[in-house]
Design a binder for this molecule. Sequence first.
Ligand code: AP5
Length: 236
Amino acid sequence: MVISGGNRTIPDALPLFPKPPRRGVNGSIVLFGPPGAGKGTQASRMSKLTGKPQVSTGDMLRAAVAADTDLGREAKGYMDAGLLVPDEIIIGLISERLQQPDAESGLLLDGYPRTIIQAKSLDKIESVSAVVSIEVPDDAIVQRIVGRRMDPETGKIYHIEFNPPPAEAANRVVQRKDDNEETVRSRLSAYHEQTAPLANWYGERGVLLRINGNQGIEEVGDSIESALLELSGKDA
Ligand code: AP5
């Protein structure tokens, strides 16, 4: 197809207008933080902002558990106990995902990497432009996790107090199996022991963006957006 305008002929390989300045950064962006920090809540806004597809290892694992695949059966026990799934399982999952065509301009990685081994493995196959660290104290985490509900039809995340579901979804929202006070304590321990050290690791590489996650959902989103836009300005 060729688009004609006046005496100009524009082949369809060329855009009619120059592309808007690319927002975000060039490689993948990691969403980092303790369980319940708000990674999933912020992911769709960030995905729209940067144009990068959101990939959540937690969602991929839950889909595998629901489909009762070999991987799902292997992962289930760890997830139910609030432990990290072994590195080799997760690394394989993400390496495969990064081969897909929509990953060419980077992914928005929600919940990956969570260990230094995962980070080192990612480093070999993908450039990480920014690690958005959503920082929330442990006390607030327990309250967020226990009150979280998910709409199975839309995938939207709610909180019974901080972000209640609309009336039409109120009767169908569900609670995740690992969203109880006991499991959240194990998840927090796993976070502090195995995942939190990654903040320094990425800090030393100059890609860590620290965000105060202990404020309203909109304000957290605004802080992330400002930090990413500032970074993309530096890239330009
Ligand atoms: P995963 O699903 O990734 O769980 P998680 O990291 O524990 O994170 P969550 O999904 O619980 O929290 P979130 O930060 O997305 O918070 P959300 O936005 O929902 O992983 C589950 C399991 O899979 C792991 O335990 C592990 O076994 C395994 N796994 C996954 N990835 C792995 C990996 N890479 N390696 C090994 N194992 C892996 O928000 C939480 C609640 O708070 C919601 O109700 C929300 O409405 C509310 N909320 C959000 N923001 C705010 C705010 N600013 N103020 C008030 N409330 C808020």
